[in-house]
Design a protein. Structure first.
Length: 375
């Protein structure tokens, strides 16, 4: 089992500062993990990641089993060598991607059969197959295959998916051969508190290296998401890392840290960069707006990333207007740097016993931008 130590607790919340040791280095928590679905953090080379504070890259089993395929990883020595990233890698199992393909897949007790978008052939993603592919990829942290359902599903549907997720979790545990790769289970149960309690109680009876909170940000409201996160985090063992999957905005992360979550991933900082939307210390900024045409100032005066040190808002606006690929790249670097700095500040605030006050102050400056107001 991977060593995980809690180094400090915040006295006014459930926030905690920890460290997880992996074969490719330590992970200081709370941590934001960069989404690198296809063994690439879009627009960023590994040397860039080293400068912006990235600790973990998150690959995806569903995409990587289709292309390049597990045989490439077996022959070339795993994902770290393949993509030139020496640090820790976590692989998602592919459950969420299967859930996102309702018209092209069937899910049975065996696993999910789906048509591959690269070859139009039918593929089986079972718990055993997911572990086999993740073993070939060579990630430091593997995830069990889970059955995701929409948060608006009825309770019997959520209950059935949760029970199947539990059976699949045990099959994943039995299929794991390499104990140098950690395996995290995923708590399911939609937005029904009693199901979340059952799920956490069942999974924590088994020797998983960590526990994730899954099945959120799929149709649930923000209030439901926060309530389920707080409830689930409280039910998970203190001595194991807690990972909130696929969530979210900077305020989402701050609130989840307050609830005791350690690990995060989300596509927002990279996906919104394509649209010229930046996360800053004062909230979101939309660089495509004409108000930026003559702005000599930087994107975020409080940011020390290479984008903010070097370029004006006017230049970034120009790049987006011309559809120059440099625009999304520079904003991606800034956005990821912003997320990593937010986590680094959070870690220091927890160590100082002042996280609740830090989170409140941050939320007062950035939260208003997350409620549909213009950037
Ligand atoms: Zn910046």
């Amino acid at each position: 089992m991977f060593p995980f130590v809690v180094l400090a607790h915040d006295p006014a919340s459930r926030a905690r500062r920890g460290a997880l040791t992996t074969p490719h280095g330590p992970i200081e928590t709370p941590v934001f993990m960069d989404v690198g679905t296809r063994a690439s953090v879009t627009n960023c080379a590994p040397a860039d990641l080293a400068t912006i504070g990235t600790q973990v890259v998150l690959g995806n089993t569903y995409h990587l089993m289709l292309r390049p395929g597990p045989e490439v990883f077996r022959k070339l020595g795993g994902i770290h060598t393949f993509m030139g990233w020496p640090g820790p890698v976590l692989t998602d199992s592919g459950g969420f991607q299967i859930f996102s393909l309702p018209e092209h897949r069937t899910v049975t007790e065996e696993g999910a059969r789906f048509k591959g978008y690269t070859d139009q052939q039918m593929h089986l993603l079972s718990p055993e197959r997911s572990i086999e592919v993740q073993t070939a990829i060579g990630s430091d942290i593997m995830m069990v295959l889970d059955e995701c359902v929409d948060s608006t599903s009825d309770e019997p549907t959520m209950h059935a998916a949760m029970d199947r997720t539990h059976r699949w979790a045990l099959r994943s545990l039995a299929a794991r051969k390499n104990t140098q790769q950690a395996l995290f289970a995923i708590v399911q149960g939609g937005v029904v508190p009693s199901l979340r309690q059952q799920s956490a109680a069942f999974l924590t009876e088994h020797p998983f290296d960590g526990f994730a909170i899954g099945g959120l940000a799929v149709g649930d409201t923000r209030k439901e998401r926060e309530d389920v996160t707080a409830l689930s985090a409280e039910l998970l063992p203190a001595g194991r890392p807690r990972y909130l999957m696929g969530v979210g905005t900077p305020p989402d992360l701050l609130r989840a840290i307050l609830a005791g979550v350690d690990m995060f991933d989300c596509i927002l900082p990279t996906s919104l960069a394509w649209q010229g939307i930046a996360f800053t210390s004062t909230g979101r900024v939309r660089l495509t707006r004409s108000a930026n045409v003559l702005r000599e100032d930087t994107l975020d005066a409080a940011c020390a990333c290479s984008t903010c040190v070097t370029f004006s808002r006017a230049y970034l606006h120009h790049l987006f207007k011309c559809r120059e690929p440099l625009g999304p790249r520079l904003v991606t670097l800034h956005n990821l740097h912003y997320y990593h700095e937010l986590m680094a500040h959070s870690r220091r605030a927890i160590e100082a016993g002042a996280f609740a006050a830090f989170a409140k102050e941050q939320l007062s400056r950035i939260d208003r931008h997350e409620h549909g107001l213009p950037c």
